[in-house]
Design a protein around this ligand. Structure first.
Ligand SMILES: Nc1ncnc2c1ncn2[C@@H]1O[C@H](COP(=O)(O)OP(=O)(O)O)[C@@H](O)[C@H]1O
Ligand SMILES: [Mg+2]
Length: 255
């Protein structure tokens, strides 16, 4: 089943076009890695998918529901954005945890709020139990009551991943999840993301970890200057890049 289909996404900031005619799709359980130099539009693309930015052109469809069509204001109602955004879980480079809440509270907060405001019928006990389960899965069973300042960067990022999973997103999106981490902490976060891939989570991962991308992704998309220069299976994009710009970019990483 196709989980996500983005078509002809275009985005300007002022007169600068930062995304140009971006189209791709993602099947259930697939992992898409997005690579590219700084400023190539990777974050903006993720923000468009998450309704944190409004594309100037294009459509976004999730599981056969047209979530967004730049040409159709009816798909852009503020009142529905929150529900639509729930299809996407976003994990940021700098974690964005709430400092005043424990690890467990960070994971459960949004679900608790939703249970209250939307009367989902979920009990706080159930939400809490699930939060504990997710943190345990992240290897943080003994860290539930810690506040973010008591956690390492790798632990904070694993809390952030548990928090995203708690909302049961259709697609989990990572924006350079390890670029704020030391090499040894990077490993523990990549391991968790890899295990999510092994569980057939549908994911989009923006990363500079080329070996990891090659290993974990089903598809790789190389972006440069707001366009998709090359897209394909990792063996092609990494092993036999067709475009000179892709080769040039990858050469920087092979040292
Ligand atoms: N809110 C914004 N206002 C103006 N320009 C922006 C904004 N966000 C990003 N940009 C510009 O858009 C381009 C793409 O940025 P970004 O999506 O962050 O790239 P990447 O994540 O690949 O580094 C850059 O030139 C950046 O300066
Ligand atoms: Mg970025």
């Amino acid at each position: 089943m196709t989980v996500l289909e983005a078509k002809h996404i275009e985005k300007h900031f002022g007169s600068v076009r930062v995304l140009e005619d971006i189209s791709f799709s993602l099947e259930e359980g697939q992992v898409l890695a997005i690579i590219g130099s700084s400023g190539s539009g990777k974050t903006t693309l993720l923000r468009c998918l998450n309704f944190l930015e409004t594309p100037d052109k294009g459509t976004i469809t999730v599981k056969d529901e047209l979530l967004f069509d730049a040409a159709d204001p009816a798909t852009q109602r503020e009142s529905e954005i929150r529900r639509k955004r729930l299809h996407f879980g976003l994990v940021f480079q700098d974690f964005n945890l709430f400092p005043q809440y424990t690890a467990l509270q960070n994971v459960t907060l949004a679900r608790e709020l939703m249970a209250k405001t939307e009367k989902t019928g979920e009990s706080l006990e159930d939400i809490r139990a699930e939060g504990i389960e997710l943190l345990t899965m992240m290897g943080l069973k003994d860290r539930m009551s810690n506040y973010p300042h008591q956690l390492s960067g790798g632990q904070k990022q694993r809390v952030a991943i548990a928090r995203a999973l708690a909302m049961k997103p259709s697609i989990l999106c990572f924006d350079e999840p390890t670029s704020a981490l030391d090499p040894e902490l990077t490993g523990e976060v990549l391991k968790v993301i890899r295990s999510l891939a092994d569980q057939d989570r549908t994911m989009i991962i923006v990363t500079h970890e080329m070996e990891f991308a090659r290993d974990v992704a089903d598809k790789v998309m190389f972006m440069d200057g707001g366009v998709v220069v090359e897209e394909g299976p990792p063996s092609e994009v990494f092993g036999n890049p067709k475009h000179p710009r892709t080769r040039q970019f990858l050469d920087k990483f092979s040292g």
